[in-house]
Structure formats: structure tokens, C-alpha cells
Design a protein around this ligand. Sequence first.
Ligand code: ADP
Ligand code: MG
Length: 327
Amino acid sequence: MLKILSGWFLMVGAALPVHAEWVQRISDGIMGTRITVELWSEDKKSADEAIEAVLQEMRHVDESMSTYKPTSEVSAVNAGAAIAPMHISKELFDLLTSAREYSILTEGAFDITYASVGYLYDFRKHIRPDEKQIAKALPAVNYRHVILDANKQTVFFSTKGVRIDLGGIAKGYSVDQGIAVLKARGFTRAYVSAGGDSRIIGDRFGKPWMVGIRDPRQGEGSVITKIPLTDAAMSTSGDYERYFDEGGVRYHHIIDPRTGHSASKVRSATVIAPLAIRTDGLSKTAFVLGPEKAMEIYNRISDIDAIIVKLDGSVIYSRGLEPAKLR
Ligand code: ADP
Ligand code: MG
């Protein structure tokens, strides 16, 4: 018996590389959010180098896409695209093309020109526009004002006053970029997240990764449920992320493009799909359109699933996640 056992151990020992381990790094301060990278690696040095490359890619996305940085490409577009068509990088052009696709899929609930009004809010300083300011800025909110020419790789704003902000897809996109960096280096089991946007490759040796959905009315550590995921992305949008309360009303960072006000029809919405840009682009819809209409749209899109926490705290699931009904 002893002999057989030790032989078995030897076999297992030979199959697993000696120093393989899970390596995790949590980094604050890129895109104003927390970045987590976790991966299975056979040596610590290549793990550390890969994680650094992921963070570098995220810093690049931040530098190019942030409207907080006057030197970013998006800030340049906001300053110049209403004057004449502007030639832009392939990366930004592709992101604007994706943004347009999400606007169409969500019937205009996702709209990067929300920023034409959105820039008047400062949630940290509890600043919000008054009705007059909103009425003046609102006509510039419409994704159709963003004219893309694929042949010339240019963007043009057809109306004055248009501003864009990619805050609704940039984190998801950067997570996909981070995963691409890891895949190119040969990693097959990894987790990358930027705030509420995460994506996973592989599993945890026969077991899925368990990713929690935060309870919108409890502290950061408490979750309403955990979702088992393998090779998938998940984004959660919540009204607890960037907000202030005033006179019993919660003003927070998702804006209804039709009204210019905070969109407050749900407490949180989680979307699961193959890519994080997609989950990020679709998770805001429920805030704008409400749980029923959003779920109708989510159920129509074949490669996604969704979990919505309604205003009364009850939870609804897309068709793919509903428990099997007994006949
Ligand atoms: P996080 O920024 O934490 O990832 P979300 O994924 O919920 O949170 O995205 C919220 C961000 O989306 C806002 O901070 C803003 O930049 C952007 N945004 C707000 N309203 C809209 C909208 N209607 N369409 C597209 N983007 C929006
Ligand atoms: Mg997001």
C-alpha cells in the first residue's frame, strides 16, 4: 500500500511543474479604479513581467481615452471634431464603432455623447446642472451626431456642443486588452478586472472561477450571489459607484441620454458575455430603460446573460440563467 501511494505521488509530482502557483496583483490608480490580475504561472518572474505588461496596456488606454486628461486623444477629438473631420487612431476608431453598435443594440440607452450633458456633473464635488443648463446641452446628446468614415478613419461631430466620453466601455475594453496580453504570452488560466468589469480565461483546474455580484446596499465585501465562470466576461454597473444623495434623490454616474438626468431605474445590473467591452457596453442599459425593457433586450441578444437588482431589492435573471422549470 505504501509503495503504491508513493508511486502515485511521484506521478502527480512529475505532472505538475515544481514552482507553478497562482500569482495575484492588485493595483490602484489606473483609470481611477482598482485593477486585479491573477494568473497561474510556472515561474514567478514571467508572471510579474506579464502583470506589468497588462498594467502598462491599461495605462495606455487611460492616457488615450480619458476625458480627465487634456492630452488624451479623446480630449483632442472633443476639442476639434465639430470643426472638421479628424483623423484618429485605428484603436479609437474601432472603439467608436463598437460604441455605436451598443447604442443601436440598446435603442440609444448607451450613448457616449451623454457627456455633452455629463460633463456638467461632478459627483465627487456634489455638483449637478440645473434644468436650464440641461435643456441647453441636451440637443447635443445623440450618438447619430458622431459621424464615422471608415475609409478615411475620421470622426466628425455634426452638431456643435457634442462631447464624447468612453467611460462606459473603456474599462471593459482595457480588460480585454489585458487578457490579450496574457494570451499572447501563453497564459491559459487568468483573471483580469478593472473596477466592475472582469474577464476570465480558463478555469481553476476543473472548477470554475466564482465571481461575486455585490449587494448594492451593503459594503464592498458583501455579495448577493456568486456566478461560476469559465472563459467569460462579466460587468456590474451600480448606483453605488459614483454618487451623492440630495433631498432624498440619488445622483449618480449613469446618465439617461433622453433626459440628461441620472438614470435610476434599477440598483444594479450585471451582464455576462464572451468579451468585457460587450458586458461593459450593455450593463448600463437597465438603469436607463428599466428592468423589464432591459431584460427584453438582454434576452434578445443571444450571447449574453443578465442579472438585475430592481429598486425594491428583488432580483431578476435572463432566460439563460433561470432555474430549469419542472414539467
Ligand atoms: P464603471 O465606470 O465603474 O465601470 P459603469 O460600467 O457602470 O461603471 O459605467 C459608468 C460610466 O459610463 C460613467 O462613469 C460614464 O463615464 C459612462 N456613462 C454614463 N452614462 C452613460 C450612457 N448613458 N451611455 C454610455 N456611457 C455612459
Ligand atoms: Mg464599467
